[in-house]
Ligand binder design. Structure first.
Ligand SMILES: [Zn+2]
Length: 425
């Protein structure tokens, strides 16, 4: 069994120079560092690196790929799994787009993949979007035990070795391999994050949330991990990667996407859809991921509703308007569209969230905020193939000219007024 690759190899690496040292330099017992000589492969000291070195090529091996190796190696020991175990999910922000000072972190992905055998292709590597200056972190979740190991790289330590790598690569890599995990990562934490456990005793988990056991990434990690364990589809996982967590808002977007695919289909979403989020919420990250209707592609326009505007909406759709989707097929003389609604009242009801509990949705000082979201995340999984349970058309309409379409998107225009949904204020 390949367990604790670096530790067992360190032993071999230490033992050899000791023996050689005794013979060659007359018992110089201090000669204990397995210094890889120029021209000598690092694999001779650390055979566990073989898959990684074979994949990237020895000349491209870097401190960053070794960080991924170290994280995976520690997780394999903590969770007692072997390479390629399909019960394990790896999560990391490496390369998307966490940076260590001026250094980008994508090479860490190679270390994780080649050591743990977890990959995007296998559906067990989630690469989460976080801002460029966020810490580089790794998490590994076991869907059987529900245990999760979290490791966050120490920025300053990494930077020191990355700087050194520029001038003396062999020494930098060799010295880095000698570091203990605790010298590279903080925190290193292991917690049971099973949804049933968290929901069953939310006060206990709330203490861990306050303590930031996963350095503030708890919500991202326990939502994605638990839903992945329940069979999250690949397109949903891609939306979760962009959004950085799974919440009922993202799920509503996934359901709206499924509804659009079914009821307003098109061959070429990026070229034929115009979407207006009114108002926007987490859902829109799922829509742009699934349809490629990015803001930058000028296929998604985002409008908010003020308190007064929300009040002016007819009562039966208040708080339910989600997206206007206009389909204009190539070569067509006119387009058609739909104002889509999402039934939050029903979503809470189906998830078993009482009105009293719902009122605590934004109680960020207590467990209620994450408890409600996690409970809904789990329950709403049952409806992924049945979007009609929660998504409904508020209005279907034709768009007779390009000018009409331009007007709906334009600054200063309330498209809900244009569509006759609400009165002009
Ligand atoms: Zn969200």
């Amino acid at each position: 069994m390949i367990k604790r690759i670096s530790k067992s190899v360190t032993f071999v690496g230490l033992a050899l120079p000791l023996v050689l040292g005794t013979v060659l330099v007359g018992g110089c017992a201090k000669e204990t560092t397995p210094a890889t000589q120029p021209g000598e492969s690092i694999i001779s000291d650390y055979p566990g690196l073989t898959p990684l070195v074979d994949f990237v090529g020895e000349e491209n091996l870097s401190v960053l790929s070794l960080v991924g190796f170290k994280a995976a190696d520690r997780a394999m020991e903590e969770l007692d799994f072997e390479k390629g175990d399909s019960n394990i999910l790896a999560l990391t922000d490496a390369g998307y787009i966490a940076k260590i000072g001026e250094y980008t972190s994508e090479e860490a992905l190679d270390g994780v993949m080649m050591t743990s055998g977890l990959s995007r292709g296998e559906g067990n590597l989630a690469n989460l979007h976080q801002a460029y200056n966020q810490p580089l972190w790794f998490a590994f979740f076991d869907k059987q035990s529900k245990n999760c190991v979290y490791l966050e790289a120490k920025k300053e330590v990494l930077k020191t070795y990355l700087d050194k790598e520029k001038t003396d690569k062999n020494a930098a890599l060799g010295d880095f391999m000698e570091l203990k995990d605790e010298e590279i990562f903080a925190p290193i934490a292991k917690e049971n994050i099973g949804a049933d456990r968290l929901l069953g005793n939310p006060e206990a988990w709330q203490e861990k949330m306050v303590d930031k056991v996963f350095a503030g990434n708890e919500f991202s990690i326990f939502t994605i991990s638990n839903l992945w364990a329940r069979g999250l589809p690949n397109d949903f996982l891609k939306a979760a990667e962009l959004h950085d967590h799974i919440c009922p808002g993202l799920t509503s977007g996934y359901l709206i996407a499924k509804y659009i695919i079914k009821h307003l289909p098109t061959e070429s979403p990026r070229k034929e859809y115009t979407m207006i989020a009114i108002p926007s919420w987490c859902k829109d990250d799922a829509l742009i991921q699934i349809f490629e209707t990015n803001v930058g592609h000028r296929r998604m326009y985002v409008k908010n509703l003020t308190k007064e505007q929300r009040k002016a909406l007819p009562k039966d759709i208040r708080g339910k308007t989600a997206n206007i989707v206009i389909r204009w097929k190539r070569g067509a003389e006119k387009g058609d569209g739909m104002l889509i609604g999402f039934d939050w009242d029903k979503a809470y009801e189906l998830s078993g969230i009482s009105p009293e509990l719902r009122a605590k949705l934004r109680s960020f000082g207590t467990y209620h905020w994450w408890y409600i979201r996690l409970k809904m995340d789990v329950k709403m999984m049952d409806y992924l193939d049945n979007p009609e349970a929660l998504v409904f058309p508020i209005k279907e309409f034709d768009v007779d000219s390009r000018a009409e379409l331009e007007k709906l998107k334009a600054a200063g225009v309330n498209p809900l007024v244009e569509l006759g949904i609400m009165p002009k204020s």
